[in-house]
Design a protein around this ligand. Structure first.
Ligand code: FAD
Ligand code: MG
Length: 541
C-alpha cells in the first residue's frame, strides 16, 4: 500500500501553534512519521568542544518503528552507548498490515525482532521493552514503564539517562474525540490490530450463521464499515472485499449476498492526496465491486450497533447499522511528545534571535537580520521554500515595514516566523519519509565526532562557525495504492501514473525488496504463493 500524504501528520498539532521554534526542531529532523532528536544544547547541536578523553555519549532511541530502526541500522560510529526503549521488541513492516487483516500474509511474516537487527552491530546496543511515559529535558532522563509486573504485582518502572535522545515513537490513531470510537471501532496501526480485525471478520460470519439470528440482524452483522478514505482505509476495504469474494463466499454461500462493505469519507473524494486519475479509477472500481463509497459523510458518533453520520449534501443525520467498523482517519501526536514540545518551547527561536542580535539590544537592525537570513534558510529549509514560494514577499515586506522603525524586536521576529509556520506543509507521514529521516540522522551521528571541533553557527558570524549538518531533505520515490483484485495504482515522481495488474506486480516486487530481512522476505513471498494456490485461511485462531 502506500503511506501517503493522507495521514494526518504528527506535527499538525505543532503547526497551529504560533512558535516556529517547534516547527524548526520538528522539521529539521522530523516530519510526517515523526523523528526528533534532542540534546540539552538544542536539536543535534553542540557548542562545546568534544572531551579529549572521548567519553562515550549515551544515545537513547525511543521506538523501534520505521524511523528508529532505520536509524539503528545506519548508525556505524562505535563511540556511542546506545539504548533502545520500545514497548514492542520488533520492527513491523506496516505497508503489509492490511494484508494481515485477512490472512493474505501472516503476522509473523512481517515482523523482525529488534535484537536480531542490532545483533550485527560492532558495538553494544541495549534494548529495553518498555514505553516511555515522560521525558525530563532538564535532567536528561526518560522515564519508562514496562508492561511486565514486578514481584510485588506493581509495574516495573525505571529511568534512563541520555546525552542524545532520538524520539521515534511514531503517532497515535486519531479519533478527533468522536464518541464511541475507542470503545467500538478497530484501529489499524499495530500488528495486534490487524490480528484482531482478522478474527473479528470471521466472528461476524460465524455469528451471522447462527440459527437464532434474524434476517435483519444478519444483514447488520455482515455490514463492514471503513471510516476514512485514505490509503489505509481504501486498501483495507479492497482487501476485505477480495477476502469475501475469493474465499468466504465459497465457505458461507448462504451469507454471501448479505455482505456489504461501506467506505465513509468526510471529503469529496477518496485517495484525495493522489492524482485525479487514480482517485477516479479507485472510485469506479469500488462501484463495480459493490463497495459503497459514501463521500461527504462525517461520522459523529459510534454506538455498539450503529454509526451516526452527518451528510454534508443534505445536512441530515443518518444511522447506519453495522457489524464491524475500522477507523482509519489519520494520526495525532502522542501525549508524551506534546508534553516534551512544551518543555523545549521557545529555546530555538530565541537562539536564532540572539545570534542575530550581536550587540544584545533585544532588537534586530534590519542589517543584522539580513545577515542571519541565509543562515536560517540553510538550517531550516522550510523558510527557504516559503520565501521562494511567496517570492520573498512577506519577509521583505516585514523588513520594509520595520525599516521605518529600523528595528525588529523579538515579537515581530516571532510573528514573521509563525507566518511561515502556518503556511508550511509538512512531509507526508509515511514509512518512506521516516526511514529516510532515520538514515539521515544516523549519518549525522556518524559524522558528529569529526565535527565537534567546529562551533555551530553561520560561517560569516565571527568567522569560525559552520553548518555541521545540512537539514534533512526528503526524496520521493512514488507511492502505491493497492485497490484489490490484483489491481494497483502507482503515482511515481514526475506525475507518472500507472494503474493495473502490471502495477500490482511492481508492488509485489517493491515490497518484497523493501522487507527488512531475507527471513521475512521469504516468509512473505511464500505467504503470497500459498494464497495463490490455496486461498486464505478463514479459521478463527
Ligand atoms: P512507527 O513506525 O509507528 O514506530 C513507532 C515506534 O515507537 C514503535 O516501535 C512503537 O512501539 C514505539 N513506541 C510507541 N510509543 C512509545 C513510547 N511511549 N515509548 C517508546 N516507544 C514507543 N507508509 C508508507 O510509506 N507506505 C505504506 O505502504 C504504508 N502503509 C501503511 C499501512 C498501515 C496500515 C499503516 C498504519 C501505516 C502505513 N504507512 C505506510 C505509514 C507508516 O507506517 C508510518 O509513516 C511509519 O510507521 C512512521 O514511522 P515512525 O518510525 O515514525 O513510527
Ligand atoms: Mg520509529
Amino acid at each position: 500500500m502506500t503511506g501517503f500524504g493522507f495521514y494526518q501528520r504528527i506535527s499538525k498539532a505543532y503547526y497551529g501553534h504560533p512558535h516556529l521554534s517547534k516547527l524548526l526542531l520538528v522539521f529539521t529532523v522530523s516530519g510526517g512519521g515523526g523523528l526528533l532528536v534532542y540534546s540539552d544544547r538544542g536539536p543535534l547541536m553542540s557548542n562545546t568542544a568534544f572531551d579529549d578523553d572521548i567519553k562515550r555519549k549515551k544515545v537513547v532511541v525511543l521506538g523501534t518503528g520505521w524511523a528508529g530502526t532505520s536509524f539503528l541500522k545506519n548508525l556505524k560510529d562505535p563511540n556511542y552507548d546506545v539504548q533502545i526503549v520500545s514497548p514492542r521488541n520488533y520492527f513491523a513492516f506496516t505497508p503489509l498490515l492490511p494484508s494481515v487483516t485477512n490472512g493474505t500474509v501472516e503476522a509473523r511474516s512481517i515482523v523482525e525482532p529488534i535484537r536480531n537487527i542490532v545483533r550485527k552491530k560492532k558495538f553494544d546496543v541495549q534494548f529495553k521493552e518498555a514505553e516511555c511515559y515522560k521525558i525530563d529535558t532538564q535532567n536528561k532522563k526518560v522515564y519508562c514503564r514496562s508492561g511486565h509486573e514486578t514481584n510485588l504485582g506493581g509495574i516495573e518502572e525505571f529511568a534512563v539517562d541520555y546525552d542524545y535522545l532520538v524520539i521515534a515513537m511514531g503517532a497515535r490513531a486519531n479519533t478527533f474525540n468522536t464518541p464511541g470510537v475507542v470503545e467500538h471501532a478497530h484501529f489499524l496501526k499495530e500488528i495486534e490490530d490487524a490480528q484482531r480485525i482478522r478474527r473479528s471478520v470471521i466472528d461476524c460470519f460465524e455469528r451471522a450463521s447462527l440459527p437464532t439470528i434474524s434476517e435483519e440482524e444478519r444483514k447488520r452483522i455482515l455490514h463492514f464499515v471503513v471510516v476514512g478514505g485514505g490509503p489505509t482505509g481504501v486498501e483495507f476495504a479492497a482487501e476485505l472485499h477480495d477476502f469475501v469474494i475469493e474465499d468466504l463466499a465459497k465457505l458461507y454461500p448462504r451469507l454471501k449476498d448479505l455482505v456489504k462493505i461501506t467506505l465513509l469519507e468526510a471529503g469529496d473524494h477518496i485517495l484525495n492526496m493522489f492524482d485525479k486519475r487514480i482517485t477516479t479509477f479507485a472510485e469506479d472500481k469500488f462501484q463495480r465491486d459493490g463497495i459503497d463509497v459514501k463521500t461527504g459523510s462525517m461520522v459523529m458518533k459510534v454506538t455498539e450497533t450503529e454509526i451516526c453520520t452527518k451528510e454534508r449534501a443534505t445536512g441530515q443525520s443518518v444511522l447506519i447499522p453495522y457489524g464491524m467498523v475500522v477507523w482509519s482517519t489519520g494520526i495525532g501526536t502522542r501525549p508524551v511528545i506534546m508534553d516534551f514540545m512544551k518543555q523545549i518551547g521557545q529555546e530555538d527561536i530565541s537562539a536564532i534571535f540572539s545570534k542575530a542580535d550581536t550587540n544584545n539590544t533585544g532588537s534586530l537592525k534590519v542589517e543584522d537580520f539580513k545577515e542571519v537570513i541565509n543562515d536560517i534558510c540553510e538550517r531550516y529549509p522550510q523558510v527557504a521554500i516559503y520565501l521562494k514560494k511567496k517570492q520573498l514577499k512577506n519577509f521583505v515586506h516585514l523588513l520594509k515595514n520595520s525599516q521605518g522603525e529600523a528595528e525588529l524586536d523579538i515579537e515581530k521576529f516571532k510573528s514573521a516566523l509563525s507566518e511561515v509556520d502556518s503556511q508550511m506543509k509538512n512531509l507526508p507521514a509515511t514509512a518512506q519519509v521516516a526511514a529516510q529521516q532515520g538514515a539521515y540522522l544516523a549519518d549525522c551521528f556518524n559524522r558528529m565526532t569529526l565535527c565537534e571541533k567546529y562551533p555551530e553557527g553561520p560561517l560569516r558570524f565571527r568567522g569560525i562557525g559552520r553548518h555541521r549538518f545540512h537539514p534533512f531533505r526528503y526524496k520521493h520515490f512514488g507511492q502505491f495504492a493497492p485497490l484489490g483484485g490484483e489491481q494497483t495504482a502507482a503515482q511515481l515522481p514526475g506525475d507518472w501514473v500507472s494503474i493495473g495488474q502490471s502495477t500490482q506486480w511492481l508492488w509485489y516486487s517493491v515490497y518484497a525488496s523493501k522487507l527488512v530481512s531475507w527471513r521475512t522476505r521469504i516468509l512473505v513471498i511464500s505467504d503470497w504463493g500459498r494464497r495463490f494456490i490455496f486461498g486464505r485461511d478463514s479459521s478463527r485462531i
